[in-house]
Design a protein around this ligand. Sequence first.
Ligand code: PMP
Length: 282
Amino acid sequence: MGYSLWNDRLVLDEKVIIDSQDRGYQFGDGVYEVIKVYDGEVFTLNEHLDRFYVSAEKIKLAIPYRKDMLMQLLRDLVQKNKLATGHIYLQITRGTSPRQHHFPEKCTPVLIANVKENPRPLANFENGVKATVLEDIRWLRCDIKTLNLLGPVLAKQEAYEKGCYEAILHRDGVVTEGASSNVHAILDGVLYTHPANNMILNGITRNVMLTCAKEMGLLVKEQAFTLEQLKTMTEVIITSTTSEITPVIEIDDYVVGTGKPGEWTRKLQKQFNTKIPVAIYK
Ligand code: PMP
């Protein structure tokens, strides 16, 4: 039994009541974040909350809490649940009102957050994962971390049925990102990654990894690449809050590079480890 954050209060999970007329439930009218916790410490909380407020602003939803207050409430939530390593799920919806598409006159946003114990997927970091290429059928505002996730849900299901960890999405042959991650590829000492525009979610892990790359002298080009170019890349990486830096070693019917996580990927993972709370890795 755990605790949730419900608006500005920490309550037992079962005390949270969400109305059936909540616009999040009816329209997916809201935004969310997933934030990693290492050894009881919330990682890149400021960056996640900045994106949370920006996503909300982009859908014209005013979050009725100040960032510093929310930050404290999320830290309290982690402590109250005695969470060691896992993540926080945070979402806000426009609130409850009789169903109508346009924004209701009076509507109070509904915020919830809860936590989940979740070990780091170390085997994936070590061995790499398989991916499948699928068409990106999502809308054109992928920069917003909206609750509307049917595109990714369908892609992830197809990947799952094919025994793949992730779906690499493309629009007209140009790789955008993963169903729930950013996709990057390395060739001849250059790391290519889709520019942070409306076609992708600007991942917090993406940015941490790009900092790592620059620190290590790996050239970064924020430049999209095609599926054809993807095939020639020697290393392919996906990044996300929970997947951190995960090597992709197989894509559909072909092997990436040597079929093992590449040297740059290993270096990036090591550098990433220096950024997270030390106690978690020995
Ligand atoms: N792109 C998409 C579509 C995602 O869903 C996610 C993870 N939520 C990411 C990228 C990675 O973002 P982050 O590193 O902030 O978790």
